[in-house]
Design a protein around this ligand. Sequence first.
Ligand code: TEU
Ligand code: CA
Length: 539
Amino acid sequence: AGADDWWRGGVIYQIYPRSFQDSNGDGIGDLAGITERLPYVASLGVDAIWISPFFTSPMKDFGYDVSDYCDIDPMFGALADFDALLARAHSLGLRVMIDLVLSHTSDQHPWFAESRNGRDNDKSNWYVWGDAKPDGTPPNNWLSIFGGPAWQWDSRRQQYYLHNFLTSQPDLNFHSPAVQQALLDVATFWLDRGVDGFRLDTINFYTHDAELRNNPAIAPELRTAKTAPAVNPYNWQEHLYDKSRPENLEFLRRLRAVMKPYGAAAVGEVGDEQLGLEILGQYTAGDDLMNMCYAFELLSGDTPTAKFIKETMDHVARVASDGWACWAYSNHDVVRHPTRWLLTDVATKTFNTLLMCLRGSACIYQGEELGLPEADVPYESLQDPYGIEFWPEFKGRDGCRTPMVWEANSDHAGFGSEMPWLPISSSQAVLAVDQQEVRKTSTLNHYRRTIQMRHDSPALMRGSQEDMQANGDLLTFLRVDGAETVFCAFNLGRDGTSVTLPAGEWENMATDIIGATEATSGRAELPGWGYLVARKKAD
Ligand code: TEU
Ligand code: CA
């Protein structure tokens, strides 16, 4: 594996800049704050950081609404702060992936101001405009994920514009070659500055059906909700025409071609309830599209059972045999997984070890390494427009976005000197970094050891995944790379069980297996949530 291949099996640490470290006492995290904390991130042994958007933005969607792609929002600092962050990260051996939100801009972007100004200027077709139907209603039945129709009336231009997310996030028109070029130029700007890759927001939303055909409705008995909350009517349509269009591939190919000379890597986010893994397979096939796609399967739903993991991995093997997934349990959009899956501390560690054993790359979200539960954010403190829209059935994304907890007994848990933008919950503060550093068995130190275990093993990093079996709570599989074979066994349940090792002699790789006996051949006992990760000894 060459240096440009670091991403394959790599571990990426996601930083939500508003909530990592406030360096100047305005209650909001910033780039200088991140730079200060990079030695901690490097101490985890991760390969890269992904920083959620820090570009100029009115912050209606907390940075996922960009009004200038080539500058830093003053709240987060300035370009010089970014350069300093990048230099520090590189000196610590950390790669930096930035989060490009190309599918839509802010309605405050100068491109949109020009586009809405009239139907015959340079940028009039840079966004997706549609005429009202004779009765004044929107051009078709497409819905916004954040609630209501995906169309907003613009009184100046006397047309509707498309927005898959907030009304303040108009969708760019990827059918325009000029739009594509402008976005490729944005990528070049950051590559020239030295970034190592991109997390690309909502890449399957880039292109829309040019004929604006209606999405078919899904019958009530067939409705499922994997990503958007069940109460959201967005889940009641089959998204045939508003996203995951085949034309997306053309732009992704052009984008990757721009990245290749720099050796940069891309992880694309593909949110699609119906076709998620199929799209992941399409977008990561071969070597001229995305390096990896970010999969939603483990970011939603109930506690994964052995059967669910097996079915998901088999599904990936079927539809993305030539591709590469990037798994995550938690991020800035979903309830933190120890709460979502009702995990005990032990179960949290077991799932972490599983993440480090699964084929694919992995993202871990700030605070995940501490085993943080979701913070309770009362309605009065809510900031997320998505949460405010669907409260109380869906409480929004604030509970996973509260500030990082560094020191249990400092003001604001060491996040900054002043009151932070979201409250710090006491259930998180007790799990602060300083409390866990000093305990060998802490979740934090467990994450460090499992990340190390993965990096020490070519099979776990990039090997094949074979013979996955689910028997009740027991999940077993092999990872194989050249001469190295690793056997993984996970007890994903409370009751003890035992596992038969494949023929041969095995040596234990997980230095702090949870209670499993040290069996190296024959059978091993696995207590509730016990696991075994073992390398085959040479004959
Ligand atoms: O998220 C996309 C998003 O909202 C998906 O999780 C969605 O639920 C799924 O695609 C539905 O099919 C990204 C960012 O992570 C999020 O923070 C932003 O708000 C959003 O894009 C808009 O930029
Ligand atoms: Ca600040």
